[in-house]
Structure formats: structure tokens, C-alpha cells
Design a binder for this molecule. Structure first.
Ligand code: GDP
Ligand code: MG
Length: 439
């Protein structure tokens, strides 16, 4: 398959311009790749049409090969289809913001509730969660436990009380306590039914939410888009949250949701841990959709073009850095901010998959590293060689940071290892006909 794709693309290599004829075969590959990524057929059709119209007759940018340019058009169009930019959370301009979560059973609503509280707490907002799933006592307990973990209060009442009443009372309590954001967890069913919709409408009416999110499981593929559309028609939603993107779902859901329902995906869940929630980045998702199995070479081409365009790309930043301890610190902080080391490492080719245990370990290491780097002089940070050469300096850094000399030595060694690794990566890229980046 890969060679077939390669052949299709290579046909474009000698061309001067993109035409309807010479893009036909590559477009067939793109079509197949999207269908394999579980994007719905009508969306794929429209997409292929749009790209073909746009690509045909387009003048080539100097220095960009026609095949690369087509990939770029495809990539950009995918990003556009998913809304282009990150769609930020909306907060009430005055007083308490209410976020209502809806969705079928088992999609991850209760988990999202806690993750969202955790996320908002990091943004400095005070939160409260309301347990409005009264059908299973275990559902309330689950939220209580999560509330404890996050350190956020949970409002609950007996299972005999109507969810809309609980939500109303909970909101009143939150307003009294001047809470910034209230997140309402609701009950799901295995399938859409009238009782669930009616209940959601009542809860919505009782709380007048700023955001109403449908939580959808990415594994449901195309079905996700239909669900978002239905919930939007029935109760009116402001966006979707896509969960379980850490599984082997192929991301096609993300593309269909926006295109079919017109509603943005605001956040994505990538795991069971509290920190596994992040804004939805259309460009990263485009990469993921294009990066499927046998279309890997396709995404490599896209990256190549984006590099040529000087994209603000972490990969490039890493590659072009002289990479001293200042860069090291900047990057470890950036990584910490993003909350997920694995995401970042996943973006660097050749580093492979990372396990959750490794991620936790890495996060702990970041703190230790920071304290040591903070104990270095500006000169030492810029010239790591100074530390490599002088045990006295290493000893001083160890004492000032409260770490052992061995830990300092390890950190210095690690920096030099990273430099080597980057040089190797650079070598790989040169081999792939990508212009060498400055040292
Ligand atoms: P709810 O019925 O919609 O409230 O769903 P829950 O929040 O109880 O989640 C159902 C199951 O999915 C639980 O076992 C969660 O740990 C799991 N889960 C939720 N979100 C994610 C995610 O993003 N990734 C993975 N792998 N599992 C998740
Ligand atoms: Mg639940």
C-alpha cells in the first residue's frame, strides 16, 4: 500500500502545476486514507471536492514541490474543517459559570467532570461539581471520590430528588459560596431516549449554563457526529468533548463532528488520569488523521512543507536550538505546562511510544531538574561544558539545590546526550531531503 501511495505521489514530482488530471490519483489515496480513519463518506466527498477545486490550477510556490503543495492544501483544509483555531472555553461575564455535561452512558462524562475541575483549578478558578446522576448511587460515590482527588467540593442530594432540582439547589449553593465554575454531571443512557432528553432540558432550564457539552467517545467513529447533531437539535449544545483519544480510535470522529454538526470540539480526553484533558488542536488532529498507518509518508511530507513555511513547530525549535540549559529549562517547563510529556515526545519522530508510568516518572524528574538548573549561574547554563569540566561547580550546584552530586552529573550528561540525539535526528532529516536547519 505504501509503495502504491508513493507511486501516486511520485507521479506529481515532475509536474509544473497541479491540474485536475494529475491530482486525481493522489486524491484517491487521500479519500481512502480518510475513510480508513473513519471519517464519514459525505464529509470525505465534500472534502475531496474542495481540495480538488482548490488545488487544480494553483500556481506553485517557488521551492515547493507540487506533491508537497498538494499535501499542504490537504492539511490546511483538514484543519479548516475542524474549525481552524482552538475553540476556547467560554465563561460567564459576571458571576458563576455553569458547564453542563451530557452524553450516553460510559462515554466518560463523570471522568470529564473531574478532569475539567482539575483543569480549571489550574487556571485559578474555584470549582464545584454537582452530582445530578441519581439513577445509580455508585455514580454519586464515583464523583465524590473524584472530588476528593481534585480537591473540589461535590454537591449531592438523595437519589429520590429530581436532577433538575439538585442542579438548581447546587447552583444556588455555589453562587452563595462565590464559586467561579460549576460543572454538572448528568446521567447517560445506552441509547438516546426521550426521558434522557427531557431530563437534560430540565437541568438546562434550571441552571442556564454558559457551556453545554456533549461528551462523545472517539471510538464511536462516525457515530459521534450524528450524536452531536441530535443532541444539538434536541437540547442545544455549545460544543463537544471527545474522550478516549488515547485508544486506537482513528480520529475520524473529530473531523466529522465539526463538519456535520457545526459545533466545535473544545476539549479532548486522552486517558484516565485527571491531567489527561487538553484543548482540541485542529492542526494536531489533522496530523493524526493523516498519520494513519500506511499514510505515514504522507504526514512526513506535510511536516516537510510546514517546516519550509517556518511553522511555529516545537520540533523545529528543538532542532534549531543550540540547546544549553536555558533551552532545557524552557522546554521542560513547556512540557510541564502542556501537562503531558507523552504528547510532546510523540511529536518527535524516532522517540517512540511512552508508557503512563514513564510519563509520571518524567514529570517528577522535571521538578528535580528545575531545582538544579535554578542553582546554576547564567554562565553555566549557557556553557554546560563548564559543569562537565569542573567537579567543584557540580558540587556547588548540588549543595545549593539540595540534590546529590551524582544527580547533577546525571543532568549534565543528559544534556549532552540530548544534543547528540538531536544531531542524529538532524542527520535523519537530511537524508530525507529536508533542508538542513542551522546549528
Ligand atoms: P460516564 O458513564 O459517561 O460518566 O463515564 P465514566 O466517566 O464513568 O467513564 C467510563 C469509563 O471510561 C471509566 O472506566 C473511565 O476510566 C474511562 N474513561 C473516561 N475517559 C477516558 C479517556 O479519555 N481515556 C480512557 N482510556 N478511558 C477513559
Ligand atoms: Mg457518570
Amino acid at each position: 500500500l505504501t509503495s502504491g501511495l508513493e507511486a501516486a505521489w511520485s507521479k506529481l514530482k515532475g509536474e509544473e502545476v497541479l491540474t485536475k488530471e494529475n491530482i486525481a490519483e493522489p486524491m484517491r489515496d487521500i479519500r481512502r486514507a480518510l475513510l480508513e480513519a473513519d471519517v464519514s463518506l459525505p464529509v470525505v466527498r465534500r472534502f475531496v471536492q474542495t481540495v480538488s477545486d482548490q488545488a487544480a490550477g494553483v500556481g506553485l510556490i517557488r521551492g515547493v514541490k507540487p506533491d508537497q503543495q498538494l499535501v499542504k492544501i490537504v492539511h490546511d483544509e483538514l484543519v479548516k474543517l475542524m474549525g481552524g483555531e482552538v475553540s476556547d472555553l467560554v465563561f460567564s461575564k459576571s458571576g458563576t459559570t455553569v458547564i453542563l455535561l451530557a452524553g450516553l452512558q460510559g462515554v466518560g462524562k463523570t471522568t470529564v467532570c473531574a478532569k475539567l475541575a482539575f483543569y480549571l483549578k489550574k487556571l485559578g478558578k474555584s470549582c464545584m461539581m454537582i452530582a445530578a446522576d441519581v439513577y445509580r448511587p455508585a455514580a454519586i460515590d464515583q464523583l465524590m471520590i473524584l472530588g476528593d482527588q481534585v480537591g473540589v467540593p461535590v454537591y449531592k442530594e438523595g437519589t429520590e430528588v429530581k436532577p433538575s432540582q439538585i442542579a438548581r439547589n447546587g447552583l444556588e449553593e455555589a453562587i452563595k459560596r462565590r464559586i467561579d465554575v460549576v460543572i454538572v454531571d448528568t446521567a447517560g443512557r445506552l441509547q438516546i431516549d426521550k426521558a434522557m432528553m427531557d431530563e437534560l432540558k430540565q437541568v438546562k432550564q434550571a441552571t442556564n449554563p454558559t457551556e453545554v457539552f456533549l461528551v462523545v467517545d472517539a471510538m464511536t467513529g462516525q457515530e459521534a457526529a450524528a450524536l452531536v447533531t441530535t443532541f444539538n437539535i434536541e437540547i442545544g449544545i455549545t460544543g463537544a468533548i471527545l474522550t478516549k483519544l488515547d485508544g486506537d480510535s482513528r480520529g475520524g470522529a473529530a473531523l466529522s463532528v465539526r463538519e456535520v454538526s457545526g459545533k466545535p470540539i473544545k476539549l479532548v480526553g486522552r486517558g484516565e488520569r485527571l491531567e489527561d484533558l487538553e484543548p482540541f488542536y485542529p492542526d494536531r488532529m489533522a496530523g493524526r488523521i493523516l498519520g494513519m498507518g500506511d499514510v505515514l509518508s504522507f504526514v512526513e511530507k506535510a511536516q516537510e512543507v510546514m517546516r519550509q513555511e517556518d511553522a511555529e513547530d516545537l520540533q523545529k525549535k528543538i532542532m534549531s536550538a543550540k540547546f544549553d540549559f536555558n533551552d532545557f529549562l524552557k522546554q521542560t517547563r513547556a512540557v510541564a505546562r502542556m501537562g503531558s510529556v507523552s504528547r510532546v515526545l510523540g511529536m518527535i519522530p524516532g522517540m517512540g511510544k511512552v508508557t503512563p508510568a514513564q510519563i509520571r516518572e518524567a514529570e517528577k524528574n522535571l521538578q528535580v531538574m528545575e531545582s538544579m538548573i535554578n542553582a546554576m549561574t547564567p554562565e553555566e547554563r549557557e556553557k554546560p561544558e563548564l559543569l562537565a569540566e569542573s567537579p567543584t561547580r557540580r558540587k556547588r550546584v548540588a549543595t545549593e539545590s539540595g540534590k546529590t552530586e551524582q544527580q547533577v552529573s546525571q543532568l549534565v550528561a543528559q544534556l549532552f546526550q540530548m544534543r547528540v540525539r538531536m544531531k542524529n535526528l538532524l542527520g535523519v532529516m537530511e537524508a530525507g531531503s529536508i533542508p538542513a536547519l542551522k546549528d
